[in-house]
Design a binder for this molecule. Structure first.
Ligand SMILES: Cc1cc2nc3c(=O)[nH]c(=O)nc-3n(C[C@H](O)[C@H](O)[C@H](O)COP(=O)(O)O)c2cc1C
Length: 173
């Protein structure tokens, strides 16, 4: 099927405005996804993340093909997910840009290396897990990585996570 010239990424019969509205009605959270290949550290705020299986315990993440996170993840085949808390919008926005490690901080925030994968864990964020990639679907402008959860931790019991609809941002459609 040929893509619509006036509807990049779209298909004939799919109304671009409706498509945007429908896909932006899906619920998303905000997470700082990190990866490490030796001393090459990557971190970015992502929304396209979900659990995908109970047994084995799998998650899936959609990661931009042209970013640094994608490049590092391709090497490490593992990542960490740091859950952004409800009052931590500012931290989420600090990771819309590529990782900058300075003075033991990443984009200005303290971190430690994950016990299983070495991926950065942001110590201000309320909960985290680490996962090893089992599969990758290289189809569109994002790669879908499927990964098995291998470690997790809670720093702030009872914390509420930030939802995308509570922010001024969108990343869908
Ligand atoms: C609201 C919002 C949601 C985002 N969600 C994703 C996402 O799910 N996957 C992704 O790869 N990038 C996402 N991004 C883009 C990353 O935050 C951005 O590319 C970041 O710089 C990643 O680091 P990198 O460029 O070093 O790979 C999102 C950006 C915004 C503003």
């Amino acid at each position: 099927m040929r893509p619509h010239l006036n509807n990049p990424g779209g298909r004939p019969g799919i109304d671009p405005a409706a498509r945007k509205q429908v896909l932006r009605l899906l619920h998303y959270g905000l997470y700082v996804l990190t990866a490490a290949s030796g001393n090459d550290l990557a971190a970015g705020t992502v929304t396209w993340l979900s659990q995908a299986s109970f047994t084995p315990l799998l998650v899936m993440a959609g990661i931009r093909r042209d970013g640094h996170v994608h490049a590092v993840l391709g090497q490490s085949r593992a990542f960490a997910v740091n859950v952004v808390g409800a009052a931590q919008q500012e931290i989420a926005s600090a990771f819309f840009r590529p990782a900058n490690v300075e003075g033991g901080r990443i984009n200005g925030y303290a971190f430690e290396r994950g016990p299983a994968t070495g991926a950065p864990l942001l110590t201000d964020l309320p909960a985290w897990f680490e996962a090893r990639v089992t599969d990758a679907v290289h189809r569109g402008d994002h790669t879908v990585f499927v990964a098995e959860v291998v470690a997790c931790g809670v720093r702030t019991p009872g914390a509420r996570s930030l939802a995308l609809f509570e922010t001024p941002w969108s990343y869908a459609g």
